[in-house]
Design a protein around this ligand. Structure first.
Ligand SMILES: *Cc1c(COP(=O)(O)O)cnc(C)c1O
Length: 405
């Protein structure tokens, strides 16, 4: 049996007639950039996120860039973000000429370690950018309290977390800006590139809208130096067809995650996250005392509505692991040999990336981020994963642990 990491074809097939209608509507409208389709999508997403303003943009990366530009962040400024994240988080900070200041992550939920972020604030810090990694919100009460006490802005990188909630509040609605991606592998995927920026601040929204379109208030009269960050009408129309189904996609991902957690927990050497543990307070890995190797399951905190963009395992080497290859890389090969899709998100933390080493000669050592990059492996969790496929994945992990634990 083949189990892909992600298969979007069933999701698309179920909506094919409606998607064709949306496509035809845009085709015949003669309006291909911004316009009515985009405005409708912006209204629907603003309502979903509970933000006053929603601004459709060209990608999740451009949403981050636009947020930084709207906050006038540039050379001489510092922005704190986690090191264990997708490249765009840190890359955009450097692209506006500011310095990304990388902080460590929580070993349980993979999100920003707020104590470590607090230690890295200086007089040059202009913003903190928490990432809601893999679909679970960062510890936002603490992030907001820290930012407000130091007078710095918060940009939530919610690329993987559209419709996730933190203590009932939607991901992306708590900071000054929330940014989202509709890259096809995200929980709401476009048919190409697209992203979104939200804010409830009228002035920031107006500025971001100008910057999205070369800073022009009237055509060819440029108030600000912006860029082309516009979303296609076609992507907005197609996303508008999928948006009403997002809750159903999420419910299926959550059911798949619960099924994994129950089934995998019963395998010797696999440790579920102790219920009720809090950010950076130990957790599955600490509970996991491997001989050769153990697997720590991702923690979903009770106060978070986790939307499981990824289901991520940590494969932990014990003292008796003698193979030069890490147990994570062994499991990856083992699953690949059985035609089970899996991926390492992310194999190298940002503070160790060549491009940042060049601009910042002395980068910090971030032990949790470095460990996560060596131990993490994400397994299939997409909404249309069948019970048979899931059992096949669970069976393969059971076999691996029988041989290697
Ligand atoms: C996907 C992603 C982005 C970038 O989104 P694109 O639409 O691919 O540009 C940014 N940050 C995180 C955490 C992401 O997962």
């Amino acid at each position: 049996m083949k189990v892909p990491l992600l298969d979007l074809k069933p999701q698309t097939a179920a909506l094919e007639a409606e998607l064709h209608d949306a496509f035809t509507r845009v085709l015949r409208s003669g309006m291909y950039i911004l316009g009515k389709e985009v405005e409708e999508f912006e209204r629907a997403t603003a309502a979903l996120i509970g933000a006053k303003h929603s601004i459709g943009v060209s990608s999740g990366t451009d949403a981050i860039l636009l947020a930084l530009m709207a906050l006038d962040i540039g050379p001489g400024d510092e922005v704190i973000c986690p090191s264990f994240t997708f490249f765009a988080t840190g890359g955009c900070i450097a692209r506006v000429g500011a310095t990304p200041v990388f902080a460590d992550s929580c070993p349980v939920c993979f999100n920003l370690d707020v104590d470590d972020a607090a230690r890295r604030i200086t007089s040059r810090t202009k913003a903190i950018m928490p990432v809601h990694l893999f679909g679970q919100c960062a510890e936002m009460d603490r992030v907001m309290a820290l930012a407000r006490s130091r007078g710095v802005a918060v940009i939530e990188d919610a690329a993987q977390a559209l419709s996730a909630r933190y203590r009932g509040r939607p991901a992306g609605s708590m900071g000054d800006f929330g940014t989202y991606s509709f890259f096809p592998s995200k929980n709401l995927g476009a048919f190409g590139e697209a992203g979104l920026l939200v804010t409830s601040d009228d002035a920031l929204a107006a500025k971001a809208r100008l910057l999205r379109n070369h800073g022009a208030e009237a055509k060819y009269f440029h108030k600000l130096i912006g860029g082309n960050f516009r979303i296609d009408a076609l992507q907005a129309a197609l996303l508008g067809v999928k948006l009403p189904h997002l809750d159903e996609y999420t419910a299926r991902r959550r059911a798949n995650a619960a099924r994994y957690t129950t089934a995998l927990s019963s395998i010797p050497g696999v440790c579920a996250n102790p219920a009720g543990s809090l950010c950076a307070a130990g957790g599955a890995r600490d509970a996991c005392r491997p001989g050769r190797c153990g697997i720590a399951l991702a923690g979903a905190y009770a106060h978070n509505h986790h939307i499981w963009n990824q289901y991520t395992l940590r494969i932990v080497a014990g003292e008796q692991w003698k193979d030069p290859e890490s147990p994570r890389d062994s499991l990856r090969k083992f699953l690949t040999a059985r035609e089970i899709g899996c991926e390492i998100y992310y194999p190298r933390a940002l503070h160790l990336q060549e491009c940042f080493a060049r601009i910042q000669p002395s980068l910090p050592s971030l032990p949790v981020s470095e460990l996560l990059a060596e131990e993490c492996l994400s397994i299939p969790i997409f909404p249309d994963l069948t019970a048979e496929q899931q059992d096949f994945v669970i069976g393969a992990i059971r076999d691996f642990m029988t041989q290697h634990a």
